[in-house]
Design a protein around this ligand. Structure first.
Ligand code: ZN
Length: 282
């Protein structure tokens, strides 16, 4: 069910890319119930088993390319920490766009088209209940190389006991993995609330709690889309994490703002990175 969030926005930094060897993947496919694994992975592994040696090498390199970005781990110094932005070296003018509350029909796809046209990778924080409704959209987000974070199952703001907080996060992690093969240690608390039990649980799992340093304020129901653009271009700084939304309500204004935000930041000399990439930078 679509939830109407009149939320504070959320943005968070940086993913670590872990390269998984073919051996690891084959092992995990063997060790797990393969019916629950991303069908694409399963098909690839089956193809590998019957391939001739030459094809095997080819398949192997293709598979490596495919799975390369499926695990988003947090660098040690950011584990169990709350992050608002990164401090890249002064010469690095980088910025991370984060997009919350999807996957969502129509708007997520429109934003993916815009990101692709501009060769920009973003970080999507998914709500488990939205992911359940829109698995095919989620698969496209991952296939196009964007980073993924966890944004809980229900998008609740209220105070929770530990078992509930755990369930909100782990149920979402499980569905992210079953749908896309992604494992993520990046968490963004709904509404940016840090004291309701969710952030504490995420930290207990050594996740990075990803906030934001710049908001488009695209949850403001009255603002024109040009205001979202102005907010971001005014507040952008190297290492910033920018908050915007593709779901949780009608985000057509964010879709309109996105190309202008990207163009404006490019004109200011920014390069776009995902949150995991941002946190990997020296
Ligand atoms: Zn949210």
């Amino acid at each position: 069910m679509p939830q109407n969030y009149s939320s504070i926005s959320t943005n968070y930094p940086n993913k670590t890319i872990k390269i998984i060897s073919i051996a690891t993947i084959l092992f995990s496919l063997t060790a797990c119930n393969t019916s629950e694994i991303n069908p694409q992975l399963k098909t690839n592994s089956q193809a590998l088993k019957v391939a001739t040696p030459n094809n095997q090498i080819q398949q192997k390199s293709q598979e490596s390319a495919k799975v390369e970005n499926l695990t988003f781990t947090v660098p040690a110094k950011y584990q169990a920490k709350t992050i608002y932005k990164a401090e890249p070296s002064k010469t690095e003018k980088v910025i991370a766009l984060t997009i919350d509350d999807g996957p969502w029909p129509k708007t997520t796809l429109e934003m993916l088209d815009i990101l692709k046209q501009n060769d920009v990778k973003a970080t999507f924080f998914w709500v488990g209940s939205s992911l359940q409704e829109n698995p095919e959209i989620a698969k496209r987000v991952v296939a196009e190389g964007h980073a993924i974070g966890n944004h809980t199952w229900h998008h609740w703001y209220r105070k929770m006991d530990e078992a509930t907080a755990k369930s909100e996060i782990e149920r979402t992690n499980d569905l992210i993995y079953k749908t896309t093969g992604v494992k993520t240690s990046f968490f963004r608390p709904p509404g940016g609330y840090l004291n309701n039990g969710l952030a504490a649980y995420a930290k207990s799992q050594k996740n990075s709690v990803v906030m934001w340093s710049v908001t488009s304020a695209d949850t403001d129901p009255r603002a024109k889309y040009q205001v979202f653009v102005k907010n971001v271009l005014r507040d952008a700084k190297p290492g910033a994490i920018v908050l915007m939304h593709d779901g949780g309500g009608n985000r057509y204004r964010t879709v309109k703002a996105l190309p202008e935000i990207i163009n404006g930041l490019k004109q200011q000399g920014y390069r776009f990175v995902t949150v995991p990439e941002l946190l990997e930078m020296p």
